[in-house]
Design a protein around this ligand. Structure first.
Ligand code: SF4
Ligand code: SF4
Length: 174
């Protein structure tokens, strides 16, 4: 009789976040603005945006996307504070900001803060927490959920997606 393969890692192979991490967005909006950056979008995501706006793919790209070395990124604008918010960052009042395209926001935004750079070391997670007050608060994500988000190649399962209204711009030096 074949032995059942156990899907477990040795204790020494476990990442530092083996017990999971907590995150709930406070809607501060910090992650969708700041210095110049990129919000990468795939072909499929542009199609979803086009459907959302009732525009053609070409018109969607013309209005909302810029090309960076052959890749597509959402446009940003320079505001009065000298920051570069994503064009879809919206003032919600009471000091809160949210995403105007929340239902169709790109994978990059859906998977924040569970990015490689934040998860590589506890220090990376701590650094991310300097701009994102939602880290280490609220909803608990298991190791499996975190890995699913970190490694997602398209919109992840909705039961796993963080419930934040916002995502995160990748800064220019990422
Ligand atoms: S994800 Fe973090 S930085 Fe972005 S809006 Fe939410 S709390 Fe603020
Ligand atoms: S969540 Fe993404 S698409 Fe929405 S405002 Fe923030 S950076 Fe832009």
């Amino acid at each position: 009789m074949p032995r059942k393969k156990l899907n477990v890692l040795n204790q020494s192979d476990q990442p530092w976040f083996k017990d999971g991490l907590s995150f709930t967005c406070t809607q501060c909006g910090n992650c969708c603005t700041g210095g110049p950056g990129y919000v990468w979008v795939s072909d499929e995501e542009v199609d979803r945006l086009a459907e959302h706006f009732g525009l053609s793919r070409e018109e969607t790209i013309r209005k909302h996307v810029r090309m960076i070395q052959g890749r597509m990124s959402l446009k940003e604008k320079r505001d009065q504070r000298g920051e570069y918010p994503c064009v879809f960052l919206t003032d919600l009042g009471d000091g809160k900001r949210g995403c105007a395209i929340y239902k169709v926001r790109p994978l990059q935004c859906r998977t924040w803060p569970f990015w490689d750079g934040n998860l590589d070391t506890p220090g990376g997670w701590k650094r991310a927490g300097k701009t994102c007050p939602g880290l280490n608060t609220g909803r608990h994500f298991s190791l499996e959920q975190i890995i699913a988000l970190r490694d997602a190649e398209d919109w992840p399962d909705r039961t796993v997606t963080p419930t934040s209204p916002n995502g995160q711009k990748a800064m220019s030096d990422d």
